[in-house]
Design a protein. Structure first.
Length: 206
């Protein structure tokens, strides 16, 4: 929301697929908070060590220093009580407690800026993002460019055959795809029932 006067807390969420500029946008907002002379602390989950252990690095190579945490609860133990703006990247890997913790931080007057994937490689809402969106004051959905056709892309396409929910760090394993070009991966049997009819058809004919 970019207004850093006053001491009321709130939650801002930036969500979208990979390559949509979530990290860039988070970094931009956090830098502006610094320009407004706010005390800023930034956190990222341990799982994302793609480029750096002590920074958030966007795909276009903008950076900001960040503290690594194992889960959302650790944000509270690492938090300096003087911090006014809390940045959190890769929120979808932080665990379910993030919703409660973000609320707690906002209730105690902190601006909480969160970025994360809104859907997984099967196109399913990625917890805890849906709940976070519901409790946020401000939501921004970023779209990437579809690598197949150039349309706005809201999906993260997994290119390898892995069926693990989380595969991080392997370059070239994902690309952005639009609704039309997205092909949901081959899901495990137990996840099959949760797919939309469209995804089921796509999977069955794959
Ligand atoms: P995210 O955090 O959403 O993964 P980043 O902020 O790390 O995104 O990176 C965004 C940058 O990625 C863009 O500014 C652009 O330079 C680059 N990029 C690479 N592939 C794409 C794509 N398919 N669509 C849009 N931007 C892309
Ligand atoms: Zn497309």
């Amino acid at each position: 929301m970019d207004v850093f006067t006053g001491n009321m807390g709130w939650i801002e969420v930036v969500c979208g697929p990979m390559f949509s500029g979530k990290s860039e946008e988070l970094i931009r907002r956090l830098r502006r908070a610094r320009i407004a002379r706010k005390r800023v602390q930034v956190f990222k989950p341990v799982i994302d060590d793609r480029y750096s252990e002590y920074e958030i690095v966007s795909h276009s190579d903008t950076r900001i220093e960040a503290e690594v945490v194992n889960n959302a609860k650790e944000i509270l133990t690492k938090l300096d009580w003087r911090t006014e703006v809390v940045g959190i990247d890769e929120a979808n890997f932080m665990g379910p407690e993030l919703v409660e913790i973000a609320q707690q931080l906002a209730d105690t007057g902190k601006k909480v800026l969160v970025a994360g994937l809104d859907t997984d490689y099967l196109g399913r809402p990625f917890p805890p993002m849906p709940d976070l969106l519901a409790v946020a004051e401000s939501i921004t959905k970023t779209l990437a460019i579809c690598m197949r056709c150039g349309n706005p892309a809201k999906h993260t396409q997994r290119l390898s055959g892995s069926e693990d929910l989380i595969v991080v760090g392997a370059g070239g394993m994902y690309e952005a795809r639009c609704r039309r070009c997205f092909e949901a991966g081959i899901p495990k049997q137990e996840t099959f029932d949760f797919l939309s009819p469209k995804q089921r058809t796509a999977t069955a004919s794959a």
